[in-house]
Design a protein around this ligand. Structure first.
Ligand code: ZN
Length: 459
């Protein structure tokens, strides 16, 4: 059956794919946790080492799913503001990898690899070679990179994860240990419970405190999908996330480790409103080429096509090129409604900046859909507006945030936007880990982090 609304059909699991969730409470008490200065020296400089309590580097990585860059200006966010003013921020946001979807991006953050290399090329896809379906499977054969928790454990450190997409895959020396790897994802576990569990690890003897912790928060993605990014309920979700950051900071301060822990707050992608008034209908191309629904694996925000040629077709590559040419001819004719907002490519002809060719899992034809546009097979009576992501990572609406706070991050520093494949090396460097091969730049860490033991100064 053709999906007319990919990403919103009834899978169970993470919020980007299950939006028929029971209504979460919309009444959120916004408790602005006042940021006190008690853990900071009065001067503008401080020595990150030796630490007050922790004698080893610790990284707490927090992902707020679908936290679009700019959400921090929707409402008062005193706790996020504190991290920004005393840490290092990507001034115009963190750039997701393409496609700007949850699983590919969380795995790029964790591995430093583009989706073509780490294998999770979409949230859900069919391997064109084997015909097997990936739908957030935990079978390690799908997951090709080495995530941070595995790098940490491989090199004798401890790691803990809470609902991070992909962290419950058992691979190599990472066995998702009970108590330190909360899974499977369950939307009904409150954000407070997730934060408090992470905080409780700091009550352990120092040698047992995980060196690397990854926490997943979902509220901004849930509300963003359901109502679109401009809805007041998203503003409430942003306040809720800020409240959770306040909870983290307060908990770390109470344990006197706030100045020692590297807190990194980021998101996997942004969010944009899409509407049934802005649609490209595949059947409108019929005068040029008839495209059966079973050629299409996904419509939007990325059009994914794997034409089914019979065995008598000797050169499917040539046939695919003909399909692409005919589709683009139709779309640029001026006769297809919204045609100018869809550009179709053979995957090997996609712009190089997308890094989305070099994998047998990527189907042969990919359509780049305009910002906020939908693609459907044919006209329906649907009149919905909501939020989605997955579009070209060039769009600002797909960007998320990056803020780093802690001994290795300069205070008050702004850096240009960067792609999230750089995060792996940054965390590996902080933890003193030898990074696995990845697509990040080893030099990038120097532009973001201060050397060990160097005074972190205000710029
Ligand atoms: Zn997401």
């Amino acid at each position: 059956m053709a999906k007319t609304n990919p990403g919103r059909s009834g899978f169970t699991g993470y919020p980007f794919c299950k939006l028929s969730l029971a209504l979460l409470s919309l009444v959120v008490l916004v408790v602005a946790v006042t940021a006190d200065d008690s853990n900071f020296p009065s001067s503008y400089t401080r020595r990150p080492q030796p630490s007050k309590k922790l004698t080893k580097p610790v990284v707490l990585l927090i992902s707020s799913d679908g936290f679009r860059f700019g959400y921090q200006f929707k409402t008062e966010t005193p706790n996020i503001d504190l991290l920004i003013s005393r840490g290092t921020e990507a001034k115009t946001g963190l750039i997701p990898v393409f496609p700007s979807m949850t699983f590919p991006n969380h795995n790029s953050i964790a591995t430093g690899l583009y989706p073509a290399s780490h294998g999770i090329i979409m949230n859900k896809f069919t391997d064109p070679t084997t015909g097997e379906l990936f739908n957030r499977n935990l079978d390690p054969k799908w997951w090709l990179g080495e995530p941070l928790w595995a790098t940490a454990v491989n090199q004798g450190l401890k790691a803990a994860t809470y609902f991070w997409p992909g962290a419950d895959v058992h691979k190599g020396s990472w066995t998702c240990p009970k108590g330190f790897c909360k899974s499977p994802y369950n939307v009904s576990v409150t954000l407070e419970e997730r934060v408090d569990t992470i905080l409780s690890y700091f009550d352990l003897p120092q040698s047992d405190i995980p060196d690397f912790m990854a926490l997943y928060l979902d509220e901004t993605d849930i509300q963003g999908h359901r109502y679109g990014p401009d809805d007041p309920r998203v503003t409430i979700a942003v306040a809720k996330i800020d409240q959770m950051i306040g909870r983290v900071l307060k908990g770390l301060k109470k344990r006197k480790v706030f100045g020692d822990v590297h807190v990194i707050l980021l998101g996997d992608h942004g969010m944009v409103t899409n509407c049934d008034k802005k649609v490209i209908y595949i059947d409108d191309l019929a005068d040029w080429i008839k495209i059966p629904a079973d050629w299409i694996q996904d419509y939007s925000p990325v059009l994914v096509m794997n034409p089914r040629w019979g065995k008598d077709v000797k050169n499917p590559g040539e046939k695919n090129a003909e399909v692409v040419a005919k589709m683009n001819e139709a779309l640029s004719s001026g006769k297809v409604e919204n045609g100018e907002f869809l550009q179709v490519y053979l995957k090997e002809k996609l712009p190089e900046r997308l890094h989305y060719s070099d994998s047998s899992r990527i189907p042969p034809i990919i359509g780049m859909v305009g910002e906020g546009l939908l693609v459907r097979q044919n006209r329906t009576n649907k009149q919905e507006c909501y939020g989605d992501h997955g579009y070209d990572n060039l769009f600002f609406s797909m960007r998320s945030i990056f803020i780093g706070h802690g001994p290795r991050f300069k205070r008050g520093r702004k850096v240009p936007s960067f792609e999230n494949v750089e995060v792996y090396n940054v965390i590996a460097e902080i933890l003193g880990l030898r990074p696995a091969p990845n697509n990040g730049s080893s030099l990038f860490t120097r532009s973001l982090l201060v050397p060990v033991g160097e005074t972190a100064q205000v710029e």
